[in-house]
Design a protein around this ligand. Structure first.
Ligand code: CUA
Length: 340
C-alpha cells in the first residue's frame, strides 16, 4: 500500500499485510470519529450559539434511543477490533509445525545468530524466502527486543528464558533489524540487517558457513566434556533420566505435576536442576549455572533434540543412527545403546 514511502517499512512477510490491514483500519476509524466529533462540535457551537445577552439554554432530559445507539454501535466496533486483533495475534504467536529454527542470543550490544548446522553470524541474519523461520531467543545480560519492521515482528529477548518469534519472508532483499528495548548506552547501535534469500541461494550460503560442525554435534561434545553421560545414560541404569526421545514429551515431576520437555525445561534442568525433578529421581545433579555459556546451553539443547526422534526439519538431519519416526515409543529406550 505505502511501499516505497520513506515513512513506512516494506511489506516482506506473510504477516505484514495482515498487520497493516488492521493498522490502517484503526487509523481510518480513529480519523473518522475524530473528524466527526470535531466537526459536530464546530457545527453545533455555531448553530446554537447565544444570540441575546440574557438568553438561557433549554433543559434537555436524555434521549433513550440516542443513548442506546451511541453505546451499541461502538460496542460492536470494539468487539470487531478485538476479534480481528486476536486472530492476527494468534497467527503471530503460533508458528507452523514445520519451521526452520535459528537461535538468537542478544547481549550488550550485539545480536548473535546461530544456525543449526553450525553457521554463526553477528548482527546479520540470513533467512530463506518462502519458509517459516522460528527464532528461539535469549539474552546474556539485560532485556533486549528484536524488531524487524519489514516483517512486522517484534519480541522481547529475556535473560534466563527462551522467547520465540516466527515469520515467513515473502521477498528476497535486505531489511533493517533493530533492538527495540533500551538496553544501555549503545542500545541505538544494536542494529543489523536481515538478508532474505531464495531457498537455493540460502542453502548455498548456509553450507558455506558450517566449518565448525553442527550445533548438535558441538552439544554432544560438550555433553561428554561435562561428563553428563555418566548419569544420563541411554539405558535406564543411569542416575539421571534417559534423554533419548525425550524432547517434546511430557514428564511427571517429583512431588506431583508434570512438565513439557521444551527448550526452557532443558535449560532450567541444567542451570537449576532442583527446580523441577523428574519423578523417580534423586536431586543429585549439581547446578551448571556459570559453567555453561548461553551458547553452550543452546548446543546442549540441540544435542538433546538430536537424540530424540522429533521429525527433523531438513536443516537438523540427526545422525543416521537416530531411530526412525515409527520407533519413537518409550519402550525403545531400553534398546537405546544400539542407537547412539
Ligand atoms: Cu539491546 Cu537495546
Amino acid at each position: 500500500m505505502w511501499t516505497g514511502s520513506p515513512l513506512f517499512p516494506e511489506t516482506a512477510s506473510t504477516m505484514a499485510s495482515r498487520v497493516d490491514a488492521l493498522y490502517f483500519f484503526l487509523v481510518a476509524l480513529s480519523a473518522f470519529f475524530s473528524l466527526l466529533i470535531a466537526g459536530l462540535i464546530v457545527f453545533y457551537a455555531i448553530k446554537f450559539h447565544r444570540r441575546e445577552a440574557d438568553q438561557v439554554g433549554a433543559r434537555i432530559h436524555g434521549g433513550l434511543v440516542l443513548e442506546i445507539t451511541w453505546s451499541v454501535i461502538p460496542l460492536f466496533i470494539v468487539i470487531g477490533i478485538f476479534l480481528w486483533g486476536a486472530s492476527v495475534f494468534f497467527a503471530m504467536s503460533r508458528p507452523p509445525d514445520e519451521t526452520h529454527n535459528i537461535y538468537v542470543v542478544g547481549k550488550q550490544w550485539m545480536w548473535k545468530f546461530q544456525h543449526l548446522n553450525g553457521a554463526r553470524e553477528i548482527n546479520e541474519l540470513h533467512v530463506p524466502v518462502g519458509r517459516a523461520v522460528k527464532l528461539i531467543m535469549t539474552s546474556e545480560d539485560v532485556i533486549h527486543d528484536l524488531f524487524v519492521p519489514a516483517f512486522r515482528v517484534k519480541a522481547d529477548v529475556l535473560p534466563g528464558r527462551y522467547t520465540h518469534m516466527w515469520f515467513e519472508a515473502t521477498k528476497a532483499g535486505e531489511y533493517h533489524l533493530f533492538c527495540a528495548e533500551y538496553c544501555g548506552t549503545k542500545h541505538s547501535g544494536m542494529i543489523g540487517r536481515v538478508v532474505a534469500m531464495e531457498p537455493s541461494d540460502f542453502e548455498t550460503w548456509l553450507s558455506s558457513g558450517q566449518a565448525e560442525g553442527s550445533l548438535a554435534s558441538a552439544g554432544g561434545k560438550l555433553f561428554a566434556d561435562l561428563a553428563c553421560n555418566t548419569c544420563h545414560r541411554p539405558d535406564i541404569q543411569g542416575r539421571g533420566p534417559v534423554l533419548q526421545n525425550l524432547f517434546g514429551r511430557t514428564v511427571p515431576l517429583e512431588g506431583g505435576g508434570s512438565a513439557i520437555v521444551d527448550e526452557a525445561y532443558i535449560r532450567e534442568s541444567i542451570v537449576d536442576p532442583q527446580a523441577r525433578i523428574t519423578a523417580g529421581f534423586q536431586p543429585t545433579m549439581p547446578t551448571y549455572q556459570g559453567l555453561v555459556s548461553e551458547q553452550g546451553l543452546l548446543e546442549l539443547i540441540e544435542y538433546v533434540k538430536s537424540i530424540g526422534t522429533q521429525p527433523a526439519s531438513p536443516m537438523m538431519r540427526p545422525g543416521a543412527a537416530a531411530p526412525g519416526p515409527g520407533e519413537s515409543t518409550p519402550a525403545r529406550d531400553g534398546q537405546a545403546p544400539g542407537q547412539r
